[in-house]
Design a protein around this ligand. Structure first.
Ligand SMILES: Cc1cc2nc3c(=O)[nH]c(=O)nc-3n(C[C@H](O)[C@H](O)[C@H](O)COP(=O)(O)OP(=O)(O)OC[C@H]3O[C@@H](n4cnc5c(N)ncnc54)[C@H](O)[C@@H]3O)c2cc1C
Length: 287
């Protein structure tokens, strides 16, 4: 079944849009973390959010979660790794499952990580973002894994059950992964090497290893990796005042559209995008 809308991102922009879609009875598939926004969670004190002065980030994030639950807004806790525009609507890939929607809202936050040299080049040719989707391809082989957050450690352990040997680079301190076939690299993953497909990796300090595949487990994927042909201005998705991108039926809101990186802006843009999408869906119905 095709949903009316697919929202990607459970930060303030995504939530603001999800609330409006619910109020307008639209069917929604909403992807992102059930813990909502890590950025809001990390804010010590938020002084500029109307109605809740000097609220702490964790307090505001908890209010967001409570509101989502109270309104019956369901979150699908999956990472979206690819979007294809179809003649009518979009096909969205999340954890190896395909979902279809008539319209799309990208509320994915600011993407600040730089792709590694070789990452985009070998994506699908040895580089993967999804352990459960592609892990089985590496049975008995040697792989490298970049684990960008503690919450992905179970995916590293899953990959270590399949692969013969895992070189692990961690994007944070204090990895708890402790398995005989997992070797912690002393420096972070710096480069993916290959010919027709991946053949090896190098750390940022130049240590090289031969590998058959590389898993990059981050909390976000670059917008242009998610969706081919999306028009960007540097790291930001270009939108007009209706939050429309250059792709028909695809809208964007929040930090991913540009500065200032602020909750009020994200909430406002999420609201505008939702109303624009509701109008777009009404036009589609007339056709
Ligand atoms: C330390 C700190 C302090 C701050 N203080 C303030 C402040 O005082 N006032 C203020 O207004 N703002 C503040 N901000 C900024 C504010 O947090 C952001 O502007 C706001 O969170 C942006 O909301 P967003 O919805 O656009 O993106 P985010 O909150 O970043 O949410 C994006 C969501 O999308 C998800 N996502 C991304 N890619 C995918 C994918 N491929 N599949 C599934 N989900 C995906 C992410 O996991 C995330 O949950 C602060 C930020 C930080 C880091």
């Amino acid at each position: 079944m095709a949903y009316d809308v697919c929202i990607i991102g459970t930060g303030p922009a995504g939530l603001s849009a999800a609330i409006n879609f619910k109020l307008h009875n639209k069917s929604v598939i909403w992807f992102g973390s059930k813990d909502m926004s890590l950025k809001v969670q990390k804010s010590e004190k938020i002084a500029n959010y109307p109605g809740v002065p000097y609220v702490s980030g964790p307090e505001l994030n908890a209010k967001f979660m409570a509101q989502a639950e109270e309104m019956g807004l369901e979150i699908t806790d999956k990472m979206v790794t690819n979007i294809s525009a179809m003649r009518k609507g979009f096909m969205v890939l999340a954890d190896n499952e395909i979902y279809e929607a008539k319209a799309l809202l990208l509320a994915i936050g600011a993407f600040t990580a730089k792709p590694l040299p070789g990452e985009a080049e070998y994506l699908g040719r040895g580089v993967s973002y999804c352990a459960t989707c592609d892990g089985f391809l590496y049975k008995g082989k040697t792989i490298a894994v970049h684990c960008g957050a503690e919450k992905y450690e179970h995916e590293v352990e899953y990959l270590a059950e399949i692969a013969d040997k895992v070189y692990l680079s961690s994007g944070y301190k204090g990895s708890k992964v402790d398995l005989p076939n997992v070797e912690h690299l002393p420096a972070q993953l710096g480069k993916v090497n290959g010919e027709m497909k991946v053949t090896g990796i190098e750390t940022v300090k130049g240590e090289a290893h031969d590998v058959d595949g590389v898993f990059i487990l981050r909390t976000a994927v670059a917008p242009t990796t998610l969706m081919n042909g999306l028009e960007m201005d540097g790291p930001h998705i270009i939108v007009d005042r209706e939050m429309k991108t250059n792709k028909k039926g695809c809208y964007a809101a929040g930090d991913c559209t540009g500065r200032p990186y602020q909750i009020t802006k994200a909430v406002g843009e999420g609201n505008i995008a939702a109303h624009s999408i509701i109008e777009y869906l009404a036009e589609l119905d007339k056709q």
